[in-house]
Write a protein that binds this ligand. Structure first.
Ligand code: C2E
Ligand code: MG
Ligand code: MG
Ligand code: MG
Length: 276
């Protein structure tokens, strides 16, 4: 019966003995070992004011410095971490590391004498981290250990986290109690519901890069982006457009009065050393 329901899923034994299953288990073991060996690293990508280009904050993006494979991007291991239970310890490490980085950015100005003391740090929170009952214990600890202002920490969740409305409300309430801010990531890709925006106490909206790309050629998409920006203004939400690669995109977003941008045209994700 199970086979009929999910014909694409081989039984567990077949999965384990297949090459794909073995590769997966090997990678999972490597990830577990890598986590223990300190092979994970946080890269930073700036989020800048569209008019002044001044850096308002940084998104923390995890990388895996694999001994043989080199730098592994998160799309290749986040899902694996989610499925294998490793995302919870990895996520806790990311929270501590991101706060430590925020503290360093506050204390030191870079070679050019530019300090990023007021900049926020944005931390991605995946489904398993969202469900981690100790998530806020770790965040509180990281905040008290580093002494950074909780207002400077932003947690990025996606719309999928909001489908269980009651759990989401409790979670966001805990953020507010701690004083950290909440961003809705990849907006426009999920089952975007505008009702989310007034139902949940969200501070920032991040328009997904696929939407931004579509907007450049499709007039209707541009109208939708325009409406999202206008609405977020009315609701006093901060708005960030993701994946900005061209001056053309900046011009369009400026005309639509989008406040903040993130993308390769400003800077690619880079290690902390690029900003100290
Ligand atoms: P995201 O949170 O939406 O992050 C933005 C992604 O877009 C990043 O990919 C970033 O490098 C990429 N990006 C930024 N600007 C541009 C641009 O102009 N052009 C293009 N083509 N791409 C751009 P990255 O670092 O590979 O991360 C992919 C996804 O993996 C993230 O999407 C996020 O969902 C997840 N992720 C990354 N780091 C973490 C983390 O620390 N924790 C968790 N839970 N998830 C993470
Ligand atoms: Mg994000
Ligand atoms: Mg995003
Ligand atoms: Mg994404």
């Amino acid at each position: 019966l199970r086979q009929q329901l999910h014909p694409e899923l081989p039984p567990r034994d077949a999965l384990v003995s297949s090459d794909a299953g073995l590769i997966r288990i090997k990678l999972e073991n490597e990830l577990r070992a890598g986590l223990g060996a300190g092979e994970m690293q946080i890269y930073l990508q700036p989020i800048a004011d569209i008019y002044t280009r001044k850096i308002a904050g940084f998104e923390a993006l995890v990388r895996w410095q694999h001994p043989e494979k080199g730098l592994v991007r998160p799309d290749l291991f986040i899902q694996l971490a989610e499925d294998s239970g490793l995302m919870v310890p990895l996520g806790r490490w990311i929270v501590h590391e991101a706060c430590r980085i925020a503290q360093l950015l506050e204390q030191q100005s870079n070679k050019a004498g530019v300090a990023h003391s007021g900049a926020f740090i944005s931390i991605n929170v995946s489904t398993m981290q969202f469900r981690d009952p100790e998530f806020f214990d770790h965040l509180s600890l990281a905040l008290s250990e580093t002494g950074i202002n909780p207002q400077r920490v932003k947690l990025e969740i996606t719309e999928s986290a909001l489908t269980d409305g009651e759990a989401a409300k409790r979670w966001i309430k805990q953020c507010k109690a701690l004083g950290v801010r909440v961003a809705l990531d990849d907006f426009g890709t999920g089952y975007s519901s505008l009702s989310y925006l007034h139902e949940f106490d969200i501070d920032t909206l991040k328009i997904d890069q696929s939407f931004i790309r579509k907007m450049m050629t499709d007039q209707r998409s541009r109208h939708i982006v325009e409406a999202i920006i206008a609405l977020s203004k009315k609701l006093s939400l901060e708005i960030i457009a993701e994946g900005i690669e061209t001056q053309e995109a900046i011009d369009v977003l400026q005309a639509l009065e989008c406040q903040y941008i993130q993308g390769y045209i400003i800077a690619k994700p880079a290690p902390l050393s690029a900003y100290l």
